[in-house]
Write a protein that binds this ligand. Structure first.
Ligand SMILES: Nc1nc2c(ncn2[C@@H]2O[C@H](COP(=O)(O)O[C@H]3[C@@H](O)[C@H](n4cnc5c(=O)[nH]c(N)nc54)O[C@@H]3COP(=O)(O)O)[C@@H](O)[C@H]2O)c(=O)[nH]1
Length: 919
């Protein structure tokens, strides 16, 4: 209990209009230790009390202006003073007056004159009462304040609880998850709004029912099993389940948590279920997973690219990474097949890869298979994403296969090599819309990495090719790709060394094409090159592995045959067999850019086995043998003969001299008469002679071929024609020679010169010569070299009157076909047949046949090389019209020919005189 006694001095206001009374009372109270204020009238008393309310007032009643009752009334009416206890101290002592005073709120009444002790006792008592009252009031106030506080707290707690309840309700209703409560029997106790959507019913209609009232038995069983699981495990159990909503048909994957609910005693009172839609999260997770996979594939791709040196391996491993790490169903790489305007698969991996074999993807937009996503990606040079493979209008032709393989989406990314689109990287996913922005970025990066690798491959390939090319140029002939001279030397050295050890022979075959120069000069180098390429191929087909064929240059090839027999005879026979095979193969007709060419080859062979033989020596030997073969007639082979070496050296010197012969006027024409059946000289064949300053008269047999090979035949041939024409002109002006004709030999290179016709025409015009007196002798091989060119030129010359004789007839192809096509005037039966008349029956028959052929075609026949009367008689007997040969005359210098002609004419005219009787 709080003490009511205080040490403080109580504050008392004393009011009395009598100053003495006022002082007496004040002093009395002061003496008791009170703090005393005094007021001399009612107004001052009120003012003082209101300003500073006293704890007790001693108030006189009878005062002028305002009596004590009025003062008391006013004080009780004022809020500041209404509580101040008032003790009337008055001379009035009537009960009524006291009653009035108490009615006005006084607490006591002391009658004057008062007893000091009584007054003080009353003052003390009232002051105590005041104290008690104040204390009580304080206690009451304290209590009230506590009550107020607890009321406020109660109020606040009530409000909190109401708010919490509202929040809880709002929370449960607002939460996007499905929430429900079931009792242990599976009967619903409560659910939220989301759950109402699931069953399409209000909570009120759900409560009291079970899952069996809303879903299939199977699904309800499933739910029950999970309820039981949570209940028996006595802990939260989670599971994933697909739920379909009754309100809008939405179906999604939910993660469901089931918590057992227990009462205070731990008894199961139900199961709380919360289901959260995790479809989007799952999709997002799947997406991230896909990206992670693709990222892994990309990283793996980078590793593969860093390590792979082979393009095919790279493609396969990239496809494999896209499937195994990138989560793709299938991946493949196709390259553009420009010739067929198609995409050719070169690598694939994954499900459905086998389909590619029968898959047709065209690049032609007009083709039914030309608008696939891949075709478009390649044409547009940018990726094409097909997010719904089975419903994309452009995938129709491939949908059936795609369905079998489970393709739901596809990506086609163009691949570039050095910036040029050369193919595509194609991937199939088993999900629609599998290629979102992030997946696209990763795949684009992957394709760019492949491009980078392709660029690197190209660079490496180019480098390799450049190195190979450098080696090829150093060791191989660029035209035929055969080993060149340098490599041949190496191989020869090696072959000699190897075979010397084993005791075997090595054969070196030097092959030279006959008349190659003519082909080159007449048909041009391009055709010549084609022939060389073809010959190189054919040579390779004749050899075994381990043998070598090399091109030395021009039309010269060398073959090395290894491991021939130890016995030289046997080895020679082996070499000869291969040599003949080569010659036979080389002489088959060639198709050179639509032009058919016949050609033959000559071959020189040498056999070696001594380690000390040098390559230079070998080449020199086989070169000699080759020359020998050529001398012996083309299209033949010859083994090395040391005696030939000397001849070759002479030939080299001759070649040198030949260059100056024309300039130094060393050539001369000889004339060999041609006669008819009655021995009349009709003309002559002009035959060139070389009056060599040191060697004397050189036969054309020794230098014509050389001149042909070196090209000297062109100026020499021109000189012969011009000299012959000049001679004809001279004769034209001399009556007795005026009718003579001259036959001029024309070489193949000469005839096939572009300006040959023009040259003849010009020469005839120059000498104003009758063209019929000029007869050009062409050989069969010349004609067949280039039959079209020959026909054209012969016809052009025939039109101006020039005549033609087919020289050496019977030694070549003797084709009846070309005889009918060419404007030939004369067949010249080769002397080899003529000279065998009477010796071999065959040649006699051939001669007869040629004459018969000529007669049938209305062509003259002239037999050359007639040496005996028997031959002449035989020829005459079988209808040959004209003859030439030693029987009549050898080729003669001009003056001798003219003398012989004059003499013969003189004889003939004498004979005709005798026969006609003229003298
Ligand atoms: N392109 C040119 N070729 C020419 C020219 N001059 C000659 N030749 C060719 O040279 C080859 C050899 O000629 P040649 O040594 O003059 O021999 C000719 C005659 O002398 C020879 N002949 C003539 N009659 C007989 C004979 O009875 N017996 C015999 N053993 N030889 C004889 O025949 C050669 C003539 O041959 P052909 O030309 O086939 O009529 C020779 O191939 C010449 O063609 C020239 O200017 N240009």
């Amino acid at each position: 209990m709080k003490t009511i006694m205080t040490n403080r001095k109580s504050n008392i206001l004393v009011v009395d209009d009598t100053p003495a009374s006022l002082k007496l009372l004040s002093d009395l109270l002061k003496a008791e230790g009170y703090e005393v204020r005094s007021a001399i009238n009612g107004e001052l008393a009120i003012e003082s009390a209101i300003r500073n309310p006293p704890e007790l007032m001693l108030l006189d009643i009878l005062m002028p202006v305002m009596g004590g009752f009025e003062v008391c009334r006013r004080l009780k009416a004022h809020p500041a003073t209404c509580q101040v206890p008032v003790i009337f101290v008055s001379a009035l002592s009537e009960t009524d007056e006291k009653v009035q005073g108490f009615a006005l709120g006084a607490v006591d009444f002391v009658t004057k004159p008062y007893q000091r002790d009584e007054l003080l006792a009353r003052v003390r008592t009232h002051l105590e009462i005041v104290n008690l009252r104040d204390h009580l009031e304080e206690l009451v106030e304290e209590r009230n304040s506590e009550l107020r506080k607890s009321q406020e707290m109660l109020q606040a707690s009530l409000q909190d609880s109401m708010l919490a309840n509202t929040h809880l309700r709002t929370l449960v209703q607002t939460i996007p998850d499905l929430i429900w409560l079931k009792d242990p029997d599976g009967v619903y106790l409560a659910c939220n709004r989301q759950f109402e959507r699931l069953y399409g019913a209000l909570e009120a209609d759900i409560i009291g029912k079970t899952d069996y009232d809303f879903v299939t038995q199977e699904l309800a069983d499933f739910f029950r099993r999970n309820d039981h699981r949570a209940a028996s495990a006595n802990k939260v159990c989670a599971n994933e389940e697909w739920l379909s909503f009754a309100d809008n048909g939405y179906r999604g994957l939910f993660e469901t948590l089931k918590s057992p609910m227990l009462d205070q005693n731990g008894k199961l009172i139900g199961v709380l279920g919360i289901a959260r839609d995790i479809s989007e999260r799952k999709l997002a997770e799947a997406k991230i997973q896909r990206h992670m996979h693709l990222y892994a594939a990309l990283s793996q791709g980078n590793k593969i690219i860093a390590h792979c040196t082979d393009e095919a391996e790279l493609f396969l491993r990239i496809c494999r990474a896209a499937v195994e790490l990138g989560g793709m169903k299938m991946a493949w790489i196709g390259l553009i097949d420009a010739a067929q305007a198609k995409i050719r698969p070169v690598a694939s991996f994954g499900k459905g890869a086998e389909i590619l074999e029968r898959l047709e993807i065209s690049l032609d937009p007009d083709s039914p298979f030309g608008n696939s996503p891949t075709s478009m990606a390649i044409r547009q040079e940018s990726p094409v994403w097909c997010q719904d493979f089975m419903n994309d209008p452009f995938t129709a032709p491939w949908r059936e296969e795609g369905a079998r393989a489970g393709w739901a989406a596809s990506a086609s990314l163009p691949l570039r090599r050095n910036g040029v689109v050369t193919g595509a990287f194609i991937l199939y996913a088993d999900e629609i819309n599998a290629f979102d922005d992030a997946a696209r970025d990763l795949l684009i990066e992957m394709s760019m990495d492949i491009n980078l690798a392709l660029d690197n491959f190209s660079r490496a390939l180019a480098q390799k090719q450049a190195e190979a090319e450098i080696e090829r140029l150093a060791f191989y002939d660029p035209l035929t790709n055969l080993p060149n001279r340098r490599l041949l030397y190496d191989r020869l050295k090696q072959a000699i060394a190897n075979n010397a050890r084993s005791g075997n022979h090595v054969a070196a075959l030097f092959i030279d094409l006959d008349n190659f120069k003519t082909l080159n000069d007449t048909r041009g180098h391009t055709i010549g090159d084609l022939l060389l390429i073809e010959v190189a191929c054919r040579l390779e087909t004749c050899l075994r592995e381990g043998d070598t064929v090399a091109r030395l240059g021009g039309d010269e090839f060398v073959v090395i045959l290894n491991g021939l027999d130890e016995d030289p005879t046997h080895a020679a026979s082996q070499a000869k067999t291969v040599g003949n095979k080569i010659l036979s193969t080389a002489s088959q007709p060639y198709q050179l850019s639509g032009y058919q060419h016949h050609c033959s080859a000559s071959m020189g062979i040498g056999l070696f086995r001594h380690a000390e033989t040098t390559t230079e020596e070998i080449l020199k030997c086989i070169d000699t043998a080759l020359y020998q073969a050529k001398r012996g007639g083309r299209n033949s082979l010859s083994f090395y003969d040391p005696a030939m070496q000397a001849t070759l050296e002479i030939r080299a010197a001759l070649e040198n001299d030949l260059r100056q012969a024309l300039e130094e006027n060393q050539f001369q024409l000889y004339y060999q008469m041609q006669v008819n059946q009655i021995g009349q000289i009709l003309g002559a064949e002009v035959l060139i002679r070389w009056l060599h300053p040191q060697r004397g008269l050189v036969s054309p047999l020794e230098f014509i071929e050389l001149a042909e090979e070196t090209g000297q035949i062109l100026p020499i041939g021109k000189w012969v024609i011009e000299t012959a024409c000049a001679q004809l002109k001279t004769w034209e002006n001399q009556h007795r020679f005026a009718n003579l004709q001259l036959a001029v030999n024309v070489s193949a290179p000469q005839f096939h010169q572009n300006d040959f016709v023009e040259h003849i025409r010009h020469t005839l015009q120059h000498y104003r010569l009758n063209p019929e007196r000029l007869k050009l002798e062409l050989t069969e091989s010349l004609v067949l070299d280039d039959i079209e060119d020959t026909i054209t030129k012969m016809q052009q010359l025939r039109e101006i009157g020039v005549r033609f004789s087919m020289d050496d007839f019977g030694t070549g192809y003797s084709s009846l076909y070309y005889l009918t096509k060419l404007p030939i005037d004369q067949l010249k039966i080769d002397q080899s047949f003529v000279q065998n008349i009477g010796i071999t029956q065959n040649d006699g028959v051939i001669v007869q046949t040629i004459i018969g052929m000529a007669n049938n075609l209305g062509i003259e026949s002239l037999a050359e090389g007639v040496e005996t009367e028997e031959q002449r008689a035989f020829l005459e007997q079988h209808g040959c019209n004209f003859y030439q040969g030693y029987l009549f005359s050898r080729p003669l210098p001009l003056n001798q020919f003219e003398e012989r002609f004059i003499a013969a004419n003189t004889e003939q005219s004498a004979a005709s005189h005798v026969s006609t009787g003229i003298n």
